[in-house]
Design a protein around this ligand. Structure first.
Ligand code: CA
Ligand code: CA
Ligand code: CA
Ligand code: CA
Length: 358
């Protein structure tokens, strides 16, 4: 839910989303732990679209991000990393419309509204493992293709997980990157005055052990990170935030099974919505409330159906609650599939209302 906040169709989207959200929460409140009993089995949903396979065999695809077209939501795209060589852009039918062989991209994220050379652009960043650098692009809304706008090769710590944050307080944009040693760096992104994007490191801290998946909540100012065999942590996202953290959930506690991988946020109205985690060890996804202390809501898995194989061993995930047209009227959830029956790894798309309205 990034672009729709500012789009012409935003009002309609929010009214629809708000109405659906009330029913979603009503249903969700009945789907947590059974009173006096064990947790109910995960909800089962099916993907309705899958992308073309990655161009490399083995563990190549990793992390998707959804770009919501500002005026024609059916023209939205999925941008997916290929950690063996680049970044791919897919349309909502799964067709690849661009491939950039720019290096081993591990995780990808985006934010709209970045001021660059007098224009408001959507910035896409990815952690390039080939150089441990920040890959920086803008989306051309006319062609839906990515254009490199990096001012230079900005070298970070070992680029493993990465995600973005836009501060509501200052309007500044940030890139978070983390390593297999569990160290995090926060970089501020800025226009270098010549139409390119540069970055400066503003913060660093240690989580403990191997991390990867991360996501920031722009409205509430939280930074979530998955410590793969330990659980999910919640920090302040501002560069001057205190170093204290809260535990959202722990691996082995009955819901998350290591590795804890991708994290994403489904934005609802008034600060509500969901934090979603990929529980890779049991091929499920776990929903928590976005607000308050992130109470557990439910878990789901993506099973075989509509001619598309089940999704398992997932790394990265993303979700939008924007109306993307008849195929995805209340948004879409996208997951990397670790084992694609039809070839190399790919990404699977599940209508969001299948997940929150059952
Ligand atoms: Ca993998
Ligand atoms: Ca990992
Ligand atoms: Ca991964
Ligand atoms: Ca599969």
């Amino acid at each position: 839910m990034r672009t729709p906040l500012r789009s012409a169709s935003g009002v309609r989207t929010w009214i629809l989303a708000g109405a659906l959200w009330v029913s979603a929460l009503a249903v969700a409140s009945c789907q947590g732990d059974k009173p006096g009993g064990g947790a109910i089995p995960p909800l089962e949903v099916v993907a309705t679209v899958e992308t073309e396979p990655a161009p490399h065999a083995g563990d190549a695809a990793d992390d998707p991000v959804i770009w919501v077209h500002p005026t024609d939501p059916e023209m939205s795209t999925i941008i997916g990393t290929n950690k063996k060589g680049g970044l791919a852009v897919y349309d909502l039918t799964g067709r690849q419309i661009q491939y950039l062989p720019d290096g081993g991209m591990n995780n990808v994220d985006l934010r709209a509204g970045f001021p660059l050379a007098g224009q408001s652009v959507t910035l896409v960043t990815a952690g390039n493992r080939s150089h441990n650098s920040i890959a920086i692009y803008r989306v051309d809304p006319a062609t839906r293709r990515l254009e490199n706008v990096a001012a230079r090769v900005v070298t970070t710590l070992e680029a493993y997980g990465s995600c973005m944050y836009r501060s509501r307080t200052t309007g500044k944009y940030y890139y978070f990157v983390n390593s297999k040693t569990g160290n995090v760096e926060q970089w501020e992104l800025f226009d270098n005055g010549r139409g390119r994007v540069d970055a400066v490191k503003v913060r660093g801290f240690a989580v403990g052990s191997q991390t990867e998946g991360c996501v920031a909540d722009d409205e509430l100012g939280h930074f979530y990170i998955a410590e793969e065999t330990v659980g999910i942590w919640k920090y302040g996202a501002e560069p001057n935030a205190p170093t204290g953290r809260l535990s959202v959930d722990q691996a082995g506690g009955g819901r998350l099974v290591a590795d804890v991988e991708g994290l994403t946020i489904a934005y609802g109205p008034e600060g509500t919505g969901y934090l979603i985690a990929s529980s890779q060890g049991n091929s499920t996804y776990v929903l928590y409330r976005r607000e308050g202390d992130n109470a557990f809501v439910k878990a789901f898995r993506v099973v075989r159906g509509s001619g598309i194989d089940a999704v398992s061993d997932t790394d990265g995930i993303d979700v939008t609650t924007a109306n993307l047209g008849p195929a995805f009227p209340s948004g879409v959830f996208v997951a990397q599939d670790g084992r694609n029956d039809a070839g190399n790894q790919n990404y699977k798309l599940v209508p969001w209302h299948h997940i929150v309205h059952k």
